[in-house]
Design a protein around this ligand. Structure first.
Ligand code: NCD
Ligand code: ZN
Ligand code: ZN
Length: 428
């Protein structure tokens, strides 16, 4: 089976070229001799990028299949330009053992739209008391490469230090949801003027920054790799800069929503805007965009967090935190980073594909667009726009904060090992 992508510009650079793909591998770039029966994708005016890699997705299977499944989440991922996603461990039951992570991995392969890499829990049941069997999960069929208690912070410094020490021997990475729980008891929104006016208990920036600083020091002393989930404050970016300057093996992600949205959204009272960590100030968002552009923050991760209507459409304090992200990520990055001139498409490839693939230790993702490389690709129309409708997204849940917004940047095709997984907004 072969496919030819006609007239695309790899990384949005240079003259349009044709790209020939045979048996899952790129076999020609430039003027290519395509077999007569090759599938043709007309890509004039479009940008060809390596398929996106999401280090932070919640697929809700097992346990909350009423909000998302590996099937529906894989579809959302493929439509969003993703060829690999990391599925967080805060399912029910928790992915803290080989049986669950192998189920998630196998189910992802059966669905076949995107590689679903299960994240293993750091502690048993996400309880923060006892380390889970990281080695068993790492050595399982799922080959777990990232461990996280996401949703909760590994708050105990001794436990976090042990997890970091074990991780070096296994060559895996610990991804921390940085939230000092003693500082966020009852927290509902970013601690500041807006939350105060509405009478919401504040979620202080220091609750994130203090854990990131602590963990950077623990990682440095253990010579371990640390990954910081969903960076939300400018102070965290400062801590990361300091830690990286000192040689700490720390990487970090920012979500599309923290790049675009701010706590101004609190005025709507709409819990679709409730997320953890909370939406911060415009000044934070601006500094996060700059930190992503200069590499202080390594990559974009969606923190795609589907929730049922009854868990979202309720009073603010009772609503679950989290928002959908897989199908809107490229557009939000286009809006906040490309249209502003902060990143070119080469930079988008770096933050949405290459760096996350390196951090997640995936050998076949985030590869150069070159002959001999696996054809994991995303094709993007940079000039097209679309209007977000939650009900039309592939996710079972519909909790998008971008409802009704017109956004730039449309993913027109996604290829996983040469197979078309999404095209013109449809699966396959
Ligand atoms: C996530 C979820 O719903 O699982 N929610 C969120 O607000 N981000 C958990 C998390 O990422 O911390
Ligand atoms: Zn989290
Ligand atoms: Zn999360």
């Amino acid at each position: 089976m072969s496919t030819v992508i006609k007239g695309a510009r790899p990384y949005g650079e240079g003259d349009p070229v044709d790209v020939l793909i045979e048996d899952g591998v790129i076999t020609g770039i430039g003027t290519v001799q395509a077999p007569e029966d090759a599938e043709v994708i007309d890509a004039r005016g479009q940008v060809l990028l390596p398929g996106f890699v999401d280090l932070h997705t919640h697929l809700r299977e097992p346990g909350r299949e009423d909000t998302e499944t590996i099937d529906s989440g894989s579809a959302a991922a493929a439509l969003g330009g993703y060829t690999a996603v990391f599925a967080m461990a805060n399912t029910d039951p928790v992915a803290d053992n080989a049986v669950i992570v192998e189920h998630v991995w196998r189910r992802g392969q059966e669905v076949g739209l995107v590689d679903v890499h299960p994240v293993g829990a750091v502690t048993v049941g996400l309880k923060g008391e006892k380390l889970a069997e990281l080695g068993t999960m790492a050595n399982s069929q799922a080959g777990v490469k990232v461990f996280s208690d996401d949703g909760l912070c590994v708050a105990d410094p001794l436990l976090m230090r042990r997890a970091l020490e074990y991780s070096t021997a296994l060559d895996v990475v610990i991804a921390q949801h940085a939230e000092e729980p003693r500082l966020t008891v009852g927290a509902q929104a970013h601690e500041g003027e807006r939350a105060a006016r509405l009478g919401y208990t504040g979620w202080p920036a220091a609750a994130e920054e203090s854990i990131v600083a602590r963990d950077c020091l623990l990682a440095l002393h253990a010579n371990a790799r640390l990954h910081v989930c969903h960076v939300s404050t400018s102070g965290t970016a400062d801590v990361l800069r300091w830690a990286k300057d000192r040689g700490t093996k720390v990487s970090a992600e920012v979500t599309p929503h923290h790049l675009l949205l701010t706590d101004e959204r609190l005025a709507t009272y709409d819990p679709v805007n409730k997320v953890n960590p909370p939406l911060r100030t415009e000044s934070d968002a601006e500094k996060l965009r700059a930190a992503l552009a200069d590499g202080t923050i390594d990559c974009v991760a969606t923190d795609h967090a589907p929730h049922a209507v009854q868990d979202k459409d309720t009073e603010w304090s009772a609503a679950r935190p989290g928002m959908l992200g897989l199908q809107t990520a490229l557009s939000i990055v286009t809006e906040t980073m490309v249209r502003t001139g902060l990143l070119d498409w080469r930079g988008v490839a770096r933050v949405m594909s290459e760096r996350p693939a390196e951090i997640g230790n995936l050998a076949d993702q985030g590869r150069p667009i070159a002959v001999g490389e696996p054809a994991n690709l995303a094709l993007v129309d940079p000039d097209a726009e679309w209007t977000v409708r939650g009900a039309e997204l592939a996710s079972i849940a519909a909790n998008t904060p971008y409802e009704g917004m017109r956004l730039p940047g449309v993913v027109t095709a996604t290829l996983l090992r040469g197979r078309i997984t999404a095209r013109d907004g449809k699966i396959g």
